[in-house]
Design a protein around this ligand. Structure first.
Ligand code: ADP
Ligand code: ZN
Length: 434
């Protein structure tokens, strides 16, 4: 363990620590950030209102639009001279939001990543190849400093230049790969195309994150690379990667609760849900200085698990993200998450793990088309086999999604590969159809 005292703390002690930090955070933002002062005043809350952890429920939510409305630095709680780093969200769902870090925030961030890397099995003996893009995006810098902190040798490759990634991986004997799951999959494909075998490389562990993926995708990555694939979670608004991460038991992602208080809410009513129920993850940061966030709605759907983990850590764990509320497609009134489609497709033979969902409107009716890539060209000259494959996929999708989707089989390697976050949904419903 990287920080045994914190990572194995009793629930009672953790809650006491969280309460102290929560009270201090509310007091700080009330005094330093006009946005919060106004919001808390309107809700009739002062710092003294927070007497127990339960009182967190009295605090109004903060949402992404609050960051957008105060773009770029309006929610910062310290003067700019104390800010030593700026990052921004990737802008997956609109205008990017900006965040600032004090020196203490950077230390806290490295601590979080050091913990998640250690729990995934990384040590000072490892060589970590960082294939997240360096830049305003938090992924690369976050993993970079955390892995350096544990003493690993860091290779700041950045994303892209995939053939070179494979060469460096062989030459420098990388043992850890840091990337999105979709990029790791693409890299595996390039490795195979280059005739490099997994036995030619030394990779042991994958630290994957920044986008959703399924257990089926994990199995695929573990098989193709011959590694243990672990997952970690975070978002720029909260710190970047390091909010939570999986240990080698892969029982969900351990949350760094001394810095982040999690809650799960019903995203329609805002009501806090009981343990074990799925809903939107809400996080309050309790030690951040640059841009503390109270009850921030992440839009990510998960649940919290408090049962003990075989690794001995006592922290609460979050389930794999089922989807972002933004990503959820409503097709003819039925909710569909891209991850459900991924689970189906990855269990079917003869198709590759690359896919795309295209949504259109035919008059008033939503139509979902799933574009699926053939694994190789062997089926291409048999119409009947193609037809039966298509039928089979359509049937499986129907069973899981409960709606009828069109299936389009695409030739091998025709769906665009991503080197960062994969774009899996193309929603054309807002656009004019021919
Ligand atoms: P953006 O919201 O523009 O993509 P970020 O780069 O800050 O900006 O990414 C944060 C988002 O990435 C999270 O809200 C979440 O949807 C997604 N994400 C990060 N890690 C994971 C993960 N392990 N599983 C699923 N989604 C993840
Ligand atoms: Zn564990």
């Amino acid at each position: 363990m990287w920080n045994k005292e914190i990572e194995t703390m009793s629930r009672k002690d953790m809650q006491a620590l969280q309460l102290r930090r929560l009270q201090a955070t509310v007091k700080r933002v009330y005094n330093k950030v006009p946005f919060y002062r106004k919001k808390l005043d309107e809700a009739g809350i002062t710092p003294d209102s927070i007497k127990t952890l339960e009182d967190i429920k009295k605090i109004p939510f903060t949402v992404k639009d609050d960051l957008r409305d105060n773009y770029p630095f309006g929610l910062f709680a310290v003067p700019m001279k104390n800010i030593v780093r700026i990052h921004a969200s990737s802008g997956t769902t609109g205008k990017p939001t900006t965040v600032g870090y004090t020196a203490a925030d950077l230390d806290m961030w490295s601590e979080c990543v050091a913990r998640l890397a250690t729990m995934a099995g990384a040590t000072a003996d490892d060589t970590a190849q960082i294939a997240f893009g360096y830049g305003l995006f938090t992924g690369a810098f976050g993993l970079h400093y955390g892995l350096e902190k544990i003493g690993a040798t860091v290779i700041p490759m950045s994303s892209g230049n995939t053939e070179k990634q494979i060469m460096i991986m062989q030459d420098y004997k990388s043992t850890i790969l840091v990337s999105t799951p979709s990029y790791a999959l693409y890299m595996a494909e390039v490795m195979e195309d280059l005739g490099v075998k997994k036995s030619d490389i030394c990779l042991k562990v994958g630290l994957f994150g920044a986008e959703g993926s399924t257990e089926e995708m994990r199995a695929e990555l573990e098989k193709r690379w011959g590694i243990i694939a672990t997952e970690n979670y975070g978002m720029s608004e909260l710190i970047g990667p390091g909010v939570s991460g999986e240990c080698i038991h892969k029982t969900g992602m351990h949350i760094n609760e001394d810095f982040f208080i999690p809650e799960i809410i019903n995203s329609e009513t805002g009501e806090v849900l009981p343990e074990g129920e799925f809903g939107e993850l809400v996080i309050t940061t309790v030690s951040k200085e640059g841009i503390p966030l109270l009850r921030y709605r992440t839009k990510d759907i998960t649940c919290l698990m408090y049962e003990p983990c075989p690794c001995g850590r006592t922290s609460v764990r979050m389930h794999k993200i089922q989807g972002r509320t933004d990503d959820m497609l409503i097709i003819r009134g039925v909710n569909v998450f891209p991850t459900q489609v991924e689970s189906v497709l990855l269990g079917i033979e003869h198709i590759s793990p690359h896919y795309q969902l295209v949504v259109t409107k035919n008059g008033y009716i939503d139509e979902l088309k799933v574009v699926v890539e053939l694994e190789d060209s062997s089926l291409l000259d048999s119409f009947s086999r193609l037809e039966s494959l298509e039928k089979h996929i359509r049937h499986k999708l129907h069973v899981v999604l409960g709606i009828d989707a069109k299936v389009q089989l695409a030739e091998p390697k025709t769906i665009e590969r991503s080197v960062g976050k994969a774009k899996r949904v193309i929603d054309l419903r807002g656009e004019k159809q021919k």
